[in-house]
Each structure stands twice: as C-alpha cells, then as structure tokens.
Design a protein around this ligand. Sequence first.
Ligand SMILES: C[S@@+](CC[C@H](N)C(=O)[O-])C[C@H]1O[C@@H](n2cnc3c(N)ncnc32)[C@H](O)[C@@H]1O
Length: 276
Amino acid sequence: MPEKYKNASDGMKARVVKGYVNDKHSYLEEYIKIFTQGMKYKWDGNLIYIDLFASCGKAIITESNTEIDGSPLIALRYPFRAYFFNEIDPEKIEVLKERIRHLFPDKYENCCFYCMDANQAVVDIFNEDRIFQTRLQPLTLIFSDPNNLNPYFSTMQFIADNYRADILFHFSTGMDLGRNISNAVKIENSKIDRFIGDKEWRNMGQKDGIIKYYFSKLSRLGYRLGNDGYPFNRPVLNSKKRLLYHLFLLSKNVIGEKFSKISLNYSTQQGDLFNG
Ligand SMILES: C[S@@+](CC[C@H](N)C(=O)[O-])C[C@H]1O[C@@H](n2cnc3c(N)ncnc32)[C@H](O)[C@@H]1O
C-alpha cells in the first residue's frame, strides 16, 4: 500500500500511520535506552546508531491525529557517538536533515545522511567511516525498518562479517508474507530469493517453515536463536489482534538478548508469537 503523508506542526511532511506504530517505537526506545546505558563504559562511549530506512522523522497517528517522533528523532535523544541515517526517498531525507538541524543543533555535526538503497548504504557507511575498520571498531545498533522484505541476505552477511552490531529487525511475518510467498514462487529472481539469499526456501513448506529456515541461515552467521528456533522478538499486532510483523533482535552476544528481554518488559503492549 502506498504511504500517506500530512503536514506536521513544523510545516514539513510527516508519515500518516496507525496507532500500533507506538509498539515499535516504544520497543526501539527501550532497547536504545538500555543499550546506551549498559554499554557506555564498556565501549568508552564508542556507540553508533544506523537507521537504514529512516523516513522523514515525524509521523501522525490516524486514529488520534497525534504527532509523534520517528525512529531517527527517538535515537537522537540518546548518547551515540555518531548517527547514520539512510532513506531512499530524496525528499524525505532532506526533511529529516532540516528537522535534525532545527531540533538537535548540537548533534547535527555527528549525523551523516545517505540517500540510497539500504543494501548499498550498509557498504558505503562501512567504507566511508574509517572508525569501523580500526581496532577500536564501535559497537553499533542498526535499525532495519523497511516497508517490505528487505535487506537482502547478502547485506546481512556483509553486516555479520564487518560490523560489530546488534540489529533490531522488522520482519513482515504477518499476512503480507503469506501473500508474498504465493506470488514469489512463480517468479524466477523474486524479492524473497534476495531476502533469504537462495531458492531453497521453496522446499520449506508453509510460512513458519520458511521463517525458521531464514533464521537457521542467520544463526550460521553467528546470530543467537532461542530454543524455539527464533531470535528474541516482539510481535506487533493491529487493533483486531492480527499479527502484522515481528521485531527481532539479532545479536551475537547473550547481552543483546538480555537487553531485549528487559526492553520488552518496559515497552507498551504485547502479543503472542505467530498468532496471526
Ligand atoms: C516504515 S518506513 C520507516 C519509518 C521509520 N523507521 C520510523 O520509525 O520513523 C520505511 C522507509 O523506508 C524507505 N525505503 C523503502 N525502500 C527503501 C530502500 N530500498 N532503501 C532505503 N530506504 C527505503 C521508505 O521510503 C520509507 O520512508
């Protein structure tokens, strides 16, 4: 479905969203809070935030007409050494820049903006910022919040091989995935082929089998899974309690998982795993 926009109180564009966006943002914020507090001394403040699908920084909730901060402005409330924002739409990234210049003038110098496909941004950010390639490599939190199946598996591999990063990963595990699967089986080089990184998923049965297969591949890159075969996660449901997507915490470290559990306790609303 195409995204909708309205003007926010600052006169610039804002995404029009449903109220359940609060679940995503509160989990993100709780995770960022504990990540920046818990890792501050261990990493001597060398913490980085990367938002791969940043959008324009503000949203308006349809049901209540309330204006809220998007993920980049939430992250800017917390002490990262640098912030990398990527967004494919040039108009949105310009709006985001303008908002940050206005709302966080002291932090503007610590922000880098990219306007490209997220799969390319991951590579460019790594190659352009030399700090990633030194012995003092930062600890990075990556927020991956696409509208549909993204990033490619090759990108996840690049991150696992090159970054020291936890990834908060939006995966449309709800009805959209079912639809995408039935469409993709007929297509030679489909979105799902690129997302999962091969064509084997076609032999994995229904949706749950395919999701487990995807995570078994990620576990081979070093990401931790629970006994149920999934990384730690929180489901996001709509007002009719139908599953929309999961936010998965991909971490190679047991501390990431611990942070994630604490964040879940403090963030709003909870649903059950795969009940959609
Ligand atoms: C769900 S929105 C992100 C919302 C934002 N994270 C927040 O919480 O405020 C997804 C964004 O990804 C952008 N986008 C879509 N495809 C992309 C791609 N391949 N690479 C980078 N950005 C993309 C869209 O323009 C859209 O603004």
